[in-house]
Design a binder for this molecule. Structure first.
Ligand code: ADP
Length: 453
């Protein structure tokens, strides 16, 4: 701070008797107001002044008081009050009686300037106050000179007024606080109630979910059990059926054997009927047995490195006999080489025969084609035909057991071929999918990993 002596103070006054304390307090507030301190700060510095003045009057019998405005090192202005004691301070220092006093101002210290000891306090002028130029300071001096110090009684009245106002403020703040507290408690109660409700709802939901899961588990266990007993039933029944059906076929063959007694034409026709019905029945029983085995996981693939070319060659040969329609061509393409994958040759042959057989069964003109191509680490085998095609909504249903597209039954079959094929392909680590549109034929795609499952 620039506190050089010789700079004209804003105001000077003497502290010698008790009443002077009131005057110093009052004038201090006026100075603070003139230089632009806020109302609260005016009261603070005035209070600090009267406290220090009271101490100094008691300790050394008085002081000379001077007010200045300085530019501080922080570039801001400060109101400074110097109280120069009229006699040396005991111990050379001033310690305020009440420690709270120093908190009312920014600085409160004892300093010695050119041999003169002063008790100095300061408070920062707010940035929005007018800049105290020398001209303005001169104006302040004039202004302060004009207002005569009021009597101690006046100051007391003012002081009382301030005290009442402060008390009022405290009371209204306390009332406000009480209202706020009540509101807060209310809100808390609300939040707590909401929280409890939410917790309850959550628990309720949780209980529901847990119950639902328990039910689901139970249902799926029941389903599993039902499916297992169905497979077991199918396996047993078909196994038991096979022996008598085989016997019927054998006996029929015996009856028509040239070594047996000759039959009348009518008898021969009826025996043929019995034999072909029995053969159909055997086919069905075998399909059922296959499916039951596949479903119960009783099929163990016989893994080996299988060359697709001989497999395709065999299919070409055996299925030619089934391709009896003159307008339908069976095309088994030669697979690209090398055409080796790790799989079960017999099962793969069964699946492809099944698909090709279906194609030949349902296609009235055009072609049924088997093709193989390699895609990354998979073999993609497609059986496509130019047959009637299948409605999109039935694409999954035809893989269900016994499902046959309505109207398709006239060509015979059991509805077990595709579910079996899909089971087997899954067992071989692959997928069996269908793309088809009514009137545009069907393509069944078997995708198998080169390295096996
Ligand atoms: P099946 O052929 O013994 O009836 P599948 O399980 O092999 O039993 O086939 C189920 C049904 O899917 C068939 O009845 C038929 O309606 C339909 N389907 C299968 N393959 C074809 C195909 N290539 N073209 C048109 N429909 C087909």
């Amino acid at each position: 701070m620039t506190g050089e002596p010789g700079v004209l103070p804003l105001l000077q006054m003497a502290l010698r008797i008790e009443q002077d304390i009131f005057v110093i307090r009052q004038r201090g507030r006026e100075v603070a107001s003139v230089v632009g301190l806020e109302h609260q700060d005016q009261i603070r510095i005035a209070t600090a002044l009267s406290e220090v003045a009271r101490d100094l009057l008691r300790m050394v019998g008085g002081a000379d008081v001077a007010f200045h405005v300085d530019a501080g090192a922080d570039g801001r202005f400060h109101l400074r009050a110097d109280l120069a004691p009229v006699a040396p301070l005991p111990g050379g220092r001033y310690e305020p009686q009440s420690g709270a006093v120093s908190r009312l101002v920014d600085t409160l210290s004892t300093s010695t300037v050119e041999g003169v000891t002063v008790v100095r306090m300061s408070r920062r002028v707010p940035a929005n106050a007018p800049t105290p130029t020398p001209e303005r300071l001169a104006e302040f001096r004039t202004e302060l000179g004009r207002t005569a110090p009021a009597s101690a009684l006046d100051e007391l009245t003012v002081q009382n007024g301030q005290l009442i106002a402060a008390l009022d403020e405290v009371r209204s703040q306390r009332d406000e606080l009480a209202v706020l507290n009540e509101e807060l408690a209310e809100t808390n109660r609300g939040v707590l109630a909401l929280y409890n409700q939410l917790t309850e709802e959550l628990e309720e939901t949780n209980r529901g979910v847990v119950a639902l899961y328990a039910e689901l588990d139970e249902k799926s266990a029941q389903l599993r059990a039902a499916s297992e007993s169905k497979s077991r039933f199918l396996a047993n029944v078909s196994h038991e059926l096979r022996a008598p059906v085989t016997a019927i076929i054998g006996l029929g063959r015996l009856l028509t054997d040239s070594a047996s007694d000759p039959l009348t034409a009518e008898q021969a026709r009826q025996v043929d009927l019995i034999r072909s019905s029995a053969a159909d029945l055997l086919g069905l029983v075998n399909d059922l047995l296959d499916l039951a085995k596949a479903e119960s996981g009783r099929i163990e693939p016989d893994w080996a490195d299988v060359d697709l070319r001989p497999v395709f060659g065999q299919l070409r040969g055996t299925l030619r006999a089934l391709a009896t329609r003159p307008d339908v061509e069976l095309v088994v393409e030669e697979p690209p080489t090398p055409a080796v994958l790790r799989t079960d040759e017999v099962l793969l042959g069964q699946v492809l025969r099944n698909l090709l057989h279906n194609g030949l069964k349902f296609t009235e003109r055009g072609e049924v084609r088997l093709r193989a191509r390699r895609h990354d680490d998979r073999w993609i085998l497609t059986v496509s035909d130019t047959g009637p095609g299948i409605e999109p909504e039935l694409h999954e249903r035809i893989f269900e057991e016994f499902y046959q597209v309505p109207g398709a039954t006239r060509v015979g079959g059991t509805g077990l071929g595709l579910p079996y094929a899909r089971r087997v392909v899954t067992l071989l680590g692959g997928t069996l999918e269908l793309t088809s549109e009514p009137g545009r034929g069907s393509t069944f795609t078997v995708s198998l990993p080169v390295g096996g499952a």
